[in-house]
Ligand binder design. Structure first.
Ligand code: B12
Length: 262
């Protein structure tokens, strides 16, 4: 069944089904029995139904992230991104939204989780609640008559998205990631000031000024240590390796300063 809406313009819609979160119902432990050919239990029927419902003149690209991840080029190709999923995929759905926004693309979120708890997806540009129907036609009309995203402040840093994604698992209100992110920036600013102080003091003394050097390294190392602990607690394993590398690099720098001939 196709939408009765007749669009005035051509559109390219990227449908992204986020990868499963590991759970009983995904049966991922059985996949190896199929020689690597099976990477998901079933096709994402909800999003496929939506794709089939779109106006015939619109182009559709479909990516099930259980098979392959949507690429930057996929997002750049699209005029709008559609995403679906269950509560358990919440972090992955928000990740798709973040990646689409990084390319300036608007996102419509629908399916069981956005329908049940739309408040889980505050960054989605459009929310589709429930089954296909009149509301879907209004959504298509909106996409047909509007370009891009509404003007929003472009947050270049992907780190804020990572913090927001991690805290969303705990149903944290929106001010929590903002507060944490501000705290990190202030912490980094203090470390930078300490490093500046260490540099100036060392130049003026004509030798390494250990008190400010230790203050600077202690502040910076404590930040990466805090990140590593938080990575563990929030299961942000993807970011953990870069935090460990930064911690190790700074620790080695401090040790090298001590070992260098004065
Ligand atoms: C098939 C199915 C699965 C398959 C999913 C295969 C897949 N790739 O999608 C498998 C077996 C893997 C599965 C696993 C699980 N499932 Co399941 N599953 C279902 C089931 C029975 C049918 C879903 C379906 O395909 N419906 C048919 C399609 C056409 O409908 P739809 O998805 O709702 O989509 C419609 C609208 O929502 C809308 N729409 C959907 N997406 C979008 C996107 C946009 C942009 C728009 C505009 C509209 C739109 O359009 C569609 C047509 O009207 C539902 C129960 C149900 N009756 O809905 C549970 C259900 C979705 N599953 C559920 C759960 C809890 C799980 C598990 C967590 C179970 C577990 N404990 O392990 C796992 C999670 C796996 C994961 N995601 O990581 C819950 C989800 C609750 C929630 N709100 O998040 C449901 C609702 C069952 C329930 N009542 O508890 N599941």
């Amino acid at each position: 069944m196709r939408t009765p809406y007749v669009p005035s313009r051509a559109r390219r819609i990227l449908c992204v089904y986020p990868r499963y979160a590991k759970s009983f119902g995904t049966f991922q432990y059985s996949y190896p029995f199929f020689g690597g050919r099976v990477r998901a239990f079933m096709p994402p029927q909800g999003l496929l139904t939506v794709a089939a419902y779109l106006p015939e003149s619109w182009q559709v690209r479909f990516v099930d992230e259980n098979a392959r991840a949507a690429t930057t080029r996929d997002f750049q190709w699209a005029d709008a991104v559609f995403v679906s999923g269950m509560h358990i995929q919440r972090a992955h759905i928000n990740d798709v939204i973040a990646r689409a926004h990084a390319q300036g693309r608007p996102v419509a979120a629908g399916g069981p989780s956005p329908s049940g708890c739309p408040e889980y997806y505050p960054d989605a540009d459009m929310l589709h609640l429930g089954e296909l129907g009149d509301g879907t036609d209004r959504l298509l009309e909106y996409l047909d008559t509007h370009d891009g995203r509404r003007d929003t402040w472009k947050f270049a840093s992907q780190n804020f998205r990572a913090v927001a994604g991690a805290t969303s698992i705990y149903h944290a209100p929106r001010w929590v990631p903002a507060l944490l992110f501000t705290g990190v920036i202030v912490w980094q600013l203090v470390a930078a000031l300490f490093f500046g102080w260490a540099f100036v003091s060392s130049v003026m003394a004509g030798r390494l000024a250990w008190a400010p050097i230790h203050a600077a390294f202690a502040t910076a190392l404590a930040l990466w240590a805090a990140f590593m602990i938080t990575d563990e607690i929030c299961k942000q394993y993807d970011t953990q390796s870069s935090h460990v590398s930064l911690f190790t690099a700074q620790l080695l720098t401090l040790v090298s300063l001590h070992l260098l001939p004065s």
